[in-house]
Design a protein around this ligand. Structure first.
Ligand code: ADP
Ligand code: MG
Length: 258
């Protein structure tokens, strides 16, 4: 990790409120993530995790509060504008184009980012091929380059989604339950991959995760969200032993080896 770059605050969220009718899904959220840092946002179902992500990436407009990326305000910009400014995102549901190959999926993201999609497709099939292959090699899945996505095992689909989220060189990566549906060994492998990329390229990572083993093994910092409020924040060990967190997460945390 580049120590100087890691000091840089990539994401800052301040005072974010989001209501749905009578539900205060987010009730004043403050958080920040630095380059090269993995921050886990955990909390029970309905705590507001996905809402928080959707405000950051522009899919939801907050009722109050502001969001900055690298010091520039991005609050409520359109999702595509936020993506273009360097916010990558993976989704809970596999979002690849099945009949296209892995490399073609990456090439399409590259073409889209450079606004060359409509005019040049299907020529984009040859455009950016080398760049796509270099990215796949960097994340260790170049062997999959020419496989149609719909022939991949589930764990590999998730790795391709990660590659797609990283294709335009984001400064911030948002991952909403990236390991959902994966076997435990695959979860650890995916998060090791994310951590390696984050450290090497100084990418800030904010992720949600239900598997507490994954959270405590991979997060540099853990934020606990409960009913739209962050009730605890700190290094994994401090959060794990926080009495209020233990009360909310009694079952889940008891399973994590101490
Ligand atoms: P989490 O991702 O932590 O499970 P969510 O952010 O999805 O939680 O939801 C937080 C709260 O906001 C829940 O009470 C949920 O029912 C509500 N909520 C989320 N999205 C909407 C929506 N589009 N319309 C109405 N209520 C919503
Ligand atoms: Mg959610």
């Amino acid at each position: 990790m580049n120590a100087a770059a890691a000091e840089v605050e990539v994401l800052r969220v301040a005072g974010v409120v989001k209501t749905f009718g009578a539900v205060r899904a987010l009730d004043g959220i403050d958080l920040s993530v630095r380059g090269g840092q993995l921050v886990a946002l955990i909390g029970p179902n309905g705590a507001g995790k996905s809402t928080c992500f959707n405000v950051i990436n522009g899919q939801l407009r907050p009722d109050a509060g502001r969001v900055w990326l690298n010091g520039a305000e991005i609050t409520a910009l359109p999702p595509r504008a936020i993506w273009r400014r360097g916010v990558g995102r993976t989704f809970q549901v596999a979002a690849t184009f099945g009949s296209m190959t892995v490399a073609e999926n990456i090439q399409m993201v590259l073409a889209s980012h450079r606004r060359r999609l409509g005019a040049l497709w299907p020529r984009a099939a040859s455009l950016y091929r080398n760049e796509a292959l270099a990215l796949l090699e960097r994340i260790g899945i170049d062997a999959l380059a020419d496989r149609p996505c719909d022939t991949l095992a589930y764990g590999d689909v998730k790795r391709v989604e990660l590659a797609m989220a990283l294709a335009h060189g984001p400064r911030l990566l948002l991952m909403d339950e990236p390991t959902a549906g994966m076997a435990p060994a695959e979860r650890a492998a995916l998060m090791n991959l994310v951590a390696a990329v984050a450290r090497r390229d100084d990418v800030a990572v904010l992720f949600t995760e239900h598997d507490m083993d994954v959270v405590f093994a991979h997060a540099d910092r853990v934020l606990v969200l409960h009913q739209g409020t962050i009730i605890a924040a700190g290094p994994p060990d401090a959060v794990r032993t926080d009495p209020q967190v233990r009360a909310i997460y009694l079952g889940a945390l008891a399973e994590v080896a101490e």
